[in-house]
Write a protein that binds this ligand. Structure first.
Ligand code: S3P
Length: 443
């Protein structure tokens, strides 16, 4: 899919958006369900799996490592796993496409099994740092051969005689934490991850659900997660909650477009993922969560939003980990708010699918919005009406593409995204879903 021709889309000023938005399954949970299913002995069934390209690439990788992965119906998948330590050496190169989560978690999952695998990805993924994951994996005894800067393609040789590791993550990253925990599954004894700032905890929740012994303890140093190695993972039925990061796009559209009201049922309310919704409330958004319940070990609720005049805020840097993927759409919303929105402590945005600070800053400027940028912050000065009338580069980044299409629904002149193809990595039905709500988005 990475060689596909660019697919430009244009968003036009739209009338009120109304209806129900069935957003796709959570991407983070979907990757983990496939990987833990592959590491269990027996059949795991997953309901509501995200069928975006990122997750399909992880499914293909699990097949390459020896699991049987079957699509039974839409969103309903079965994984017949090979057990902890049971991965076979893949015959070919593992292509993780656009997915940082996919490649980093899979590298962790194979790093303590004595097999070799070569990983590759698209131009975006090949530019992203992998040393943050291969560094701790080498502590287990894995060996890495990579090009300069530890970028893909790289080859990992799993440890034949792994040792357990205690690792303090140098940046707030659920991918680093998860790679270490997945490697710890096939190491004897206890593997410990200490994170100064809590990040999304889907790996811990799901490992517990699959029967691993794992504890999380908050202390003065942050959170200490301790996993006992070599468990027998028991296959599960996993119900994937709807992705709060995908829900953020129709949610933002409802707030931006005057007269709108939309409902988004079954959205994950995992507290390690809810920073965006906290921020929206502080900005004065009219939003409510109802029918709180638990699905598949994760809290979910139904979200309703109505068009709102937002005010600019300062987003506390301490909140960054809980809304790390939502800054692009927040920056788009901030362009229409009364006053300025200051987003400090977001250096990690520079190493996502694109440099998201730069992508949003250049795109907003092109749309006539005033911004200020530092190495680790972005400030957006809101205006009564965003001029728009620009073509913005999506830079192989689904969230940049969706953010500008949403902004275009409320800008004076249309906003074109040069390539909306990457949206298929996380939200394949974005276009029909948004059109169904009344959004004017055209090829
Ligand atoms: C993810 C973790 C985050 C996030 C990504 C998904 C995960 O990345 O940006 O979209 O599923 O663990 P980092 O761990 O690099 O912050």
């Amino acid at each position: 899919m990475h060689d596909a021709a660019p697919q430009p889309l244009t968003a036009h000023r739209s009338g009120p958006l109304n209806g129900e938005a069935q957003v796709p399954g959570d991407k983070s949970v979907s990757h983990r369900a496939l990987i833990l299913g592959a590491l269990s002995v027996g059949r795991t069934e997953v309901m509501g799996l995200l069928e975006g390209q990122d997750v399909l690439d992880t499914a293909a990788a699990m097949r390459a490592f020896g699991a049987t992965v079957t699509r039974l119906a839409e969103g309903h998948w079965a994984i017949d796993g090979v057990g902890v330590g049971g991965f076979a050496e893949p015959a070919g190169v593992i292509d993780c496409g656009n997915s940082g989560t996919g490649v980093r978690l899979i590298m962790g999952a194979m790093a303590t099994t004595p097999i070799s695998a070569t990983f590759t990805g698209d131009a975006s993924l090949s530019a992203r740092p992998m040393g943050r994951v291969t560094d701790p994996l080498q502590l287990f005894g894995a060996e890495v051969t990579a090009r300069d800067g530890v970028r893909l393609p790289l080859t990992l040789r799993g440890a034949g005689d792994p040792v357990p590791v205690t690792y303090r993550t140098p940046v707030a990253s659920a991918q680093i934490k998860s790679a270490v925990l997945l490697a710890g599954l096939n190491a004897p004894g206890q593997t410990v991850v200490i994170e100064a700032v809590p990040t999304r905890d889907h790996t811990e929740r799901m490992l517990r659900g699959f029967g691993a012994e794992i504890t999380s303890e908050a202390g003065p140093d942050g959170v200490t997660i301790t996993l006992t190695g070599r468990p027998e993972l028991r296959p599960q039925r996993v119900a994937v909650p709807r992705d709060p990061s995908s829900a953020a796009f129709p949610a933002a559209a409802a707030l931006l477009v005057p007269g709108s009201e939309i409902r988004i049922p079954g959205v994950s309310r995992n507290p390690t993922r809810d920073g965006f919704y906290t921020t929206l409330t502080e900005m004065g958004a009219d939003l409510t969560f109802e029918n709180d319940r638990e699905e598949g070990g994760e809290p979910v609720a139904d979200l309703t939003l109505r068009a709102s005049r937002l005010r600019g805020v300062t987003v506390p840097a301490a909140r960054a980990a809980s809304m790390i993927d939502e800054y692009p759409i927040l920056a788009a919303l901030a362009a229409t708010a009364v006053g300025s929105t200051h987003m400090p402590g977001i250096h990690e945005l520079r190493v996502k699918e694109s440099d998201r600070i730069d992508a949003m800053a250049r795109g907003l400027e092109a749309c006539g919005v005033r911004i200020e940028e530092t190495p680790d912050s972005l400030t957006v000065h809101g205006m009564a009406a965003v001029p728009g009338g620009a073509t913005v580069a999506s830079r192989l980044d689904h969230r940049i593409a969706m953010s500008f299409l949403i902004l275009g629904l409320a800008s004076e002149a249309p906003i074109t995204v040069d390539d909306a193809g990457p949206i298929a990595t996380s939200f394949p039905d974005f276009l029909p879903l948004m059109r169904g709500l009344g959004a004017q988005i055209t090829p």
